[in-house]
Design a binder for this molecule. Sequence first.
Ligand code: ACO
Length: 269
Amino acid sequence: MAEAANGGSAEKISLAEIGLRFEVDGEIATITLDRPDRRNAQTFATWSALAHIGDNLPQQVRIVVVRGEGPSFSAGIDLRMFTPEGVLGQGSFAAAAALDDPAFEELIAQAQRGFLWLRRPGIISVAAVHGHAIGAGFQLALACDLRVLADDAQLCMKEPALGLVPDLTGTKPLVDLVGLPRAIEICLTARQVGAQEAARIGLAELVVAPEELAGAVRDLTAALLATGRDAATATKRLLQGAAGRTLEEQSAAERREQIVRIRTLFAGS
Ligand code: ACO
């Protein structure tokens, strides 16, 4: 069960009703966007459910794979949010627009919580992307640490073309990965970035044939799990902090992490 944001109120609805599946197999959790008839369009309920999954992730999970069922990874936000009626039980942009600033900010912050946990140092998140990843779909892929793309993948940051900004935590990873000029170009043209280009500009670690996507993700996750949890967590934490630190500060951070590692490994031996 997950709590779906609804313009301030909340109700309990099941993952299946929201169009999500969550499966755990040992150290690997898989989140599947499962509304193929709507091309896995996302709603506030999707984001609340993602946050709920993050809050309740079983302790043993080290890898989180995010994938989509059907022909698309995700066609982005459910476009019915733009209609006056909105999505049944989940409000609309018109309803959200009537909120006061703190309540509106909180609504967006709640949505962002569904994405932010995927960067936690203790896990590695992998987006397995095929078909379209548009708007919120592209941002969900960007929220993951790594992206494996099927060669039919098309990434598109559609929000500005719809009069919005990308606000589901995607702007920072996009700039970090492709640089500011390319990020501006991708966002403001709202063009589709194909899989090969995505790999070339740093948006994908790997591109494979669609029928090889699941296998490639399995191989990658197995390779990632070869490193022990504590060293993997400390290394990810170190790497995540690198961009915000000077070389001197980063060297100091390396020393601090390594002292803990070596003491843990060799104390008393
Ligand atoms: N919201 C709600 N329903 C959607 C969405 C969406 N974002 N995308 C697709 N659907 C529905 C369609 O309305 C259609 O429903 P129907 O069968 O009742 O007519 C069904 O899913 C299949 O869609 P098609 O367009 O027929 O599928 P196709 O494979 O030809 O195209 C594509 C897929 C390219 C993803 C297309 O559906 C599309 O462009 N969708 C809208 C993308 C978009 O603008 N998203 C918002 C981005 S901004 C943001 O996320 C904040």
